[in-house]
Design a protein around this ligand. Structure first.
Ligand SMILES: C[S@@+](CC[C@H](N)C(=O)[O-])C[C@H]1O[C@@H](n2cnc3c(N)ncnc32)[C@H](O)[C@@H]1O
Length: 257
């Protein structure tokens, strides 16, 4: 099924496919712009990879673990099912999914992120969300955690995820969203997001990337807006559940038959 390569060579191939020269011969991009140029995005994640897991846990006050567990539960995975964890980065999200007994493969286009997760015992395949290295209907379920917001073309990525999922298969998108309680929403969007880069300064290997993180969260569609886009790209019955008051949301849908 997988036509990509599950090793560092494969990751290098994906980086080259994304239009970059070999590592060492490029200037690393510290942060992407909201145009989300794939080369800039991959380079930015290469730059945060070394301390990605730690920074995540610090910035989310440890909530990232419970969000990942909620994602696994929302997928309703059964042992033996085939699951694609797209934009899996260091595979921290994939190992949580694999606890279900399903066969879970991590896919990402950042060589640095995949390499940082090399100690995690799950299969890893380098690949671009917009041109997945998998045949049609390869998976029972597809999921993407904190990744869809970073892909250059959201709708094309959702359609590509639908292509590789069997009819009736499931999608769960775990992504930052819009807090539902008005006063908190204002504090979160206007103050906390603006303070995020300063906090990241203390823990991240690339604090500039957290300027992009804050900007991309502020520019991302709210729960309803994302649900409408999912429904328009090969999925049906899209519903969502807020986590931590809507800081994060899980969107769940079924591949149209
Ligand atoms: C914030 S990390 C999320 C990692 C992991 N899923 C998690 O939950 O921590 C976002 C990931 O999306 C990946 N990404 C962004 N655009 C991508 C694309 N077009 N194809 C594959 N991966 C992509 C980045 O390389 C990065 O590793």
């Amino acid at each position: 099924m997988a036509r990509g390569r599950s090793d560092a060579a494969g990751a290098a191939a994906a980086v080259a496919a994304a239009g970059r020269a070999a590592p060492g011969s490029v200037t690393r991009v510290n942060r992407a712009s909201l145009q989300k140029d794939p080369r800039e995005v991959a380079s930015m994640f290469d730059g945060v990879a070394r301390r990605y897991d730690l920074t995540n846990t610090v910035l989310s006050f440890g909530l990232d673990r419970s969000w990942r567990q909620a994602t696994r539960r929302a997928l309703g995975l059964r042992p033996g099912e085939r699951v694609l964890d797209l934009a899996a980065g260091t595979a921290v999200s994939t190992v949580e999914l694999a606890r279900s007994g399903a066969w879970c493969v991590a896919t990402d286009f950042s060589q640095g992120m995949l390499t940082a997760g090399r100690g995690r015992a799950v299969p890893k395949v380098a690949g671009d969300a917009l041109h997945l290295p998998y045949a049609d209907a390869s998976f029972d379920a597809v999921t993407i955690s904190f990744g869809l917001r970073n892909v250059a073309d959201t709708d094309a990525a959702l359609a590509e995820m639908a292509r590789v999922t069997r009819p009736g298969g499931r999608l769960v998108v775990c992504e930052f969203s819009t807090p539902v309680f008005g006063p908190f929403r204002t504090v979160y969007m206007e103050y906390l997001m603006k303070a995020l880069p300063q906090v990241a300064e203390a823990v991240s290997s690339n604090p500039d990337a957290y300027v992009y993180l804050a900007e991309s969260i502020r520019a991302w569609p709210d729960q309803r807006g994302l649900a409408q886009r999912i429904d328009a790209t090969g999925w049906s019955g899209t519903e969502w559940r807020n986590l931590t008051g809507g800081i994060t949301a899980l969107h769940r849908a079924v591949r149209r038959g």
